[in-house]
Ligand binder design. Sequence first.
Ligand SMILES: [Zn+2]
Length: 449
Amino acid sequence: MSLVLKNFRVVDERTDTFGSVVVENGRIRELIPGGDDSPAVRTAAARAAAVIEGENFGSRGGLVLMPSFVDLHAHFREAAFSAEPPGPAETIESGCLAAAAGGYGAAVCMANTRPVTDRLEQAEALRRRAGALGLIDLYPALSLTRGMEGRELSEITRLAPNGGEPAPGSGANAAGGCRLISEDGKDLPNEELFLAALAAARRAGIPVSCHCDLGGEDAATARALALARRAGAPVHIAHVSTAGAMDLIRGAKKAGGRITCEVTPHHISLTEADAAALGPKSHGRVNPPLRREADRRALIEAVAGGTVDAIATDHAPHGETDKERGAPGFSGLETAFAVCYTALAAPEPETPGGRISLSRLSSLMSAGPARILGLTVPDADPDGAPPRGFIAPGYKADLCAADLSAVWTVDPAAFKSRGKNSPFRGKTLRGKIVLTIKSGRPVFGTAPP
Ligand SMILES: [Zn+2]
């Protein structure tokens, strides 16, 4: 099966050029710069099973093709939280659909499910179910402790290097399936246990994603960074929301630790004033909370300055009743790109954005998070999957296209996610995902005739 995507603006962390992309057997074979009148593009298009024409979507250059996004932080809750009509706030199926519609090709789902994902076999079962759907690659995070109860370590002690399962034949072939471990919304107050979890992460060579809430975000971030340093373990600080925490991370990175961090689309674009307008105890509620304007600006400076490694959604779908009762979090996969493009990269003067290049935004949403998961390196995945995060020969043909000229109003009723709670409801955003391709096959959107 071969596919040619022709006449696109092709953007990744290190590329921004007009050209055509040739895909074969789920991998990128070639990027051919320039128009489609070159013999190379003509030959490839004549041989291809399908051709997708960029110019059909909009004006020349208005359509941008990027590596599909990688989310380091999503909640596909399934049985977690109350299952009021119309059922759970998200299933693996609806979560994967929402991710594909948002331009995502891979996501890490957090372990605060019911039951908690604390065993390799569970993680592998989730991964297989998502794999069978063929919409995205799911990388379930194992919790740090059994049942997230903070008493004894989970099966993170069984993780082999790169997150694989060491002993085959146990019925739990988790090869490559666990790339990040996390207690998500919980910190581990027990220091010895936290250090043991960090030691397991160091052995496996995968980071611990730290939520950092205990005693306030700044204090908890300082603690996580100090303990990670002591353990010599990689840590990833989740959804950084304060100027203080960002300063600590900047300092720790300079000191040379294996430290990465993420920010969310909502924290870089909204403040406590938005939370107040939405209802600080209901639709404006999220953990960590929306902060002051000074914090928001500090996050954007850190994005522009290179301290931030990834944008993660913290996609947290809730039923309407749960949300009204104060369940924290927002459904974020389907608005992430547009929110970030509008806030960070859309050209002035139409928007307050224009601070970073599209290549930098692509880096934050694709190569950056893929690197944290160890997925940008050829042959890193024991499953034999190609590396991801770039549009270059040999890389996985997980791609998405966005129409940068699109201006649209967020209507959560149209979300594929079953969680219709969005702080961006009714807001006008720029840039829209119009096509998502998984391993060389379109899984979302179609080219207009
Ligand atoms: Zn979370």
